[in-house]
Design a protein. Structure first.
Length: 196
């Protein structure tokens, strides 16, 4: 039974390597992540830099939320904060299988175009180490962040790269606003949540 009293806190920058390692483990079977890195060795070494570039600025802003044991994390970028596009693209170019690169870059371009026009909190990456799944950590991370969005009266946004996770996001008030799919890529689902 999930624990509804999970402690969630902001990670400090020194914890980024451990947090990213938990996220890499969480994404071992993610359709988009494995599309970009289908071979296990490359996946384990090449996905971490992409996660650091995509959501790493959350550590600077105190919005990298983690469980106490760092087995679960959600990297949120506050309104107006974005990844460094050049560094993110460089990480993707260095770590993506050549046959997937063009499609992946196009997916990320369309993800960028799907962003809401009004200011929003961007959940770039959320995941739970497979050894810690089933303890309610993902739900606790979502409750923590959406409560902050509600308190501030601000929109939340994410792109789901795994259809299995959509029901979790919907339980927390997110609604689908389209689909992104390019070439051989898996479907990515942009979702928004209005404050309550």
């Amino acid at each position: 039974m999930p624990d509804t009293s999970v402690d969630i806190r902001s990670a400090v920058p020194d914890e980024m390597p451990r947090v990213v390692s938990s996220l890499v483990a969480a994404f071992i079977a993610d359709p988009l992540a494995r599309f970009s890195c289908p071979h296990p060795h490359e996946f384990l070494s090449d996905v971490a830099p992409v996660f650091r570039e995509f959501g790493g600025r959350s550590f600077e802003h105190g919005t990298a939320y983690v469980s106490a044991d760092l087995c679960a994390a959600a990297l949120w970028l506050p309104p107006g904060v974005h990844p460094d596009e050049e560094s993110l693209e460089a990480a993707m170019r260095a770590g993506t299988a050549p046959e997937s690169l063009d499609d992946l870059l196009s997916v990320f371009e369309q993800m960028d175009q799907a962003h809401p026009e009004e200011p929003f909190w961007h959940l770039t990456v959320i995941g739970v180490d497979p050894n810690a799944q089933g303890r309610g950590l993902g739900g606790a991370l979502m409750r923590h962040a959406v409560a902050r969005c509600d308190e501030a009266g601000e929109l939340a946004y994410l792109e789901s790269s795994n259809p299995r996770n959509i029901s979790l996001y919907e339980r927390h008030g997110f609604e689908r606003v389209g689909e992104i799919q390019v070439g051989a890529s898996p479907v990515v689902t942009p979702m928004v949540r209005h404050p309550r």
